[in-house]
Ligand binder design. Sequence first.
Ligand code: PLP
Length: 457
Amino acid sequence: MHHRTIIEPFRIKSVEPIGLSTESERVEYLKEAYYNPFLLRSRDVIIDLMTDSGTSAMSAHQWAGMMEGDEAYAGSRSWERMQAEVRDLTGMANILPTHQGRAAERILYGHLGGPGKVFISNTHFDTTRANIEFSGATAIDIPIAEGRDPALEHPFKGNLDTSELERLLTEHKDHVGAVILTVTNNSGGGQPVSLANAEHVSSICKRHGVLFLLDCCRIAENSWFVKNREAGMEGLSYRQIAQRMFALTDGAIMSAKKDALVNMGGFLAVREGTLAEACINLLIITEGFTTYGGLSGRDMEAIAIGLQEVFDPHYLDYRIRSTTFVGDKLHALGVPLMRPTGGHAVYIDAKALYPHIPPHQYPGQTLVCELYRLGGIRSVEIGSVMFGTYLPDGSLKPSPMELVRLAIPRRVYTQSHMEYVAETFEEIMRTREKVRGYRIIKEPKFLRHFTAHFEKL
Ligand SMILES: *Cc1c(COP(=O)(O)O)cnc(C)c1O
């Protein structure tokens, strides 16, 4: 018999209670948090879809591995395991452990960046852009045109616009720090990048003598899409597809908090020795010695195991299927979505949901607050709060899209949790015309979405 239902390929061995709250309690909590869900307490959240980062449930095998962690300062056995695993996956000789993705970014882009330098990506993730801009360099996003149209169906909306890449590499000759392919494209809707696109980008970079890097946080999820959507890839394993993509690049950055199925960790992988040397110097100054970086032995053990588990075909089928399940439910309700559903999250087009709320009144932030008020669901705005900038006259230069992300933690929630989320959207749809926007009353200079305060209009 062929079953329609793709089940969770695991049993639950340990549970964590969810604190349930009432709508009137949540109205108060939201006010106390200045309408910024980053300032809410986790215990006041019912379903936390703020991020898939560091929120994975580890397997029994990973927990057992943690007991095996070797906490030696130098040459730890757990480091040997992690290094061997990452070398095998990436095919790169130099592996630098870091406490999370952005630490690897600060080291690499701090070294490659600086005033006058330009970085080009399908879409820079927020910490990537912040680290590049903090060095004084400029970050330019060039996703394919299809990637900027939320409702359009396209198998690889994460692809980078290669003709624009050619043009930019000529325009900024000798000033390009690196070209970065983010797989899957987190800020661009969790959309995949095809192997053909990565190959094309790689050949252009080679011809121009420019460094080509992979932001590989969700490399296993990306491989699922390549195998299932790209012609000629059916015969390869998910891991082989990932290895092919790494083989095209000069280096990679990973936040292990995503596809390494752990709660903390990351690494930087560099093919070439001179660049690695420079990064190792920075690693030792700011993260730790080369055989642990910012990690404990037990973290490295869990990463080594997680990087194997994540390529299990049953896990990946379940993973992509459970994200699509949410996307399909909301699509059926008429919720305007980024289509097709990406790998780790469902992205709602808040501009289309609330056409009466202009970008400077933050339609995305409005939806985020409504989801929390009605369902205790925590989500994140990826729009003009996260990416908006100010023009010289003080007015807002909005982000091209006003998205809200429902990120699905790995191996954490069940189908009934997701049905509850869909039910909350029924009410969102019923009341969409009545809600009003927000304004910012306090904000920092960088990454303002984390700490900004808002006021209801
Ligand atoms: C999460 C993430 C990062 C940063 O990693 P942290 O571990 O959060 O510091 C960088 N790039 C992408 C695409 C990410 O999703």
